[in-house]
Design a protein around this ligand. Structure first.
Ligand code: FES
Length: 171
């Protein structure tokens, strides 16, 4: 057998880049480009620690919130929540220990009463009730913390910016 009788394998040609089309990008909607400001009031003993657990466990969640640590959810008065809205919050989450776990025995029962009053004031101001949420999250519930944050952020994003947001000064 001579070397010229051996079959040559055909050379591979690179795919023609001109014929490949990139998928068309959809134009972004306003709801896709806007991120809400969420304020989270978290009790020191449970919910704040639950957020810490989510962080230490590297559980992914949306980042559009600021956390304010309080010693007990019973400390959250309507004035705190209204001040948050006045300062530019689009949604406010109040979170504390589960019933029976409050370090001050009945603090979270008081939180429920305060939350009902807050809801009434928020309604009077013409804001949607969905901008407010009350949740019980324990120190071990990092996954639950992330789930609540994601759900609430999406819910507020769907509502759009709060009408109490201060107008941005230009110039
Ligand atoms: S100490 Fe957490 S709700 Fe009271």
């Amino acid at each position: 057998m001579t070397p010229t009788s051996q079959k040559k394998t055909p050379k591979r040609t690179p795919p023609n880049k001109k014929t490949k089309k990139a998928p068309a990008k959809a134009s972004p909607k306003a709801s896709d480009t806007w991120d809400p400001n969420i304020v989270v009031f978290a009790c020191n003993w449970c919910s704040y620690a639950g957020a810490d657990t989510a962080g230490v466990s590297r559980i992914q969640h949306q980042p559009h919130f600021r956390m304010i640590r309080v010693m007990c959810s019973g400390r959250i008065q309507p004035g705190f929540v209204l001040r948050a809205f006045e300062k530019g919050a689009d949604g406010v989450l109040v979170s504390g220990c589960h019933f029976g776990d409050c370090h001050y025995i009945f603090g979270n029962e008081r939180a429920v009463e305060q939350f009902e009053k807050t809801k009434n004031v928020v309604r009077l101001l013409g804001l949607e009730e969905e901008r407010l949420r009350l949740e019980w999250i324990s120190a071990a519930e990092g996954v639950r913390f992330a789930k609540v944050i994601n759900e609430f952020t999406d819910q507020v994003r769907a509502l759009g910016p709060s009408r109490l947001r201060p107008k941005r000064q230009t110039g």
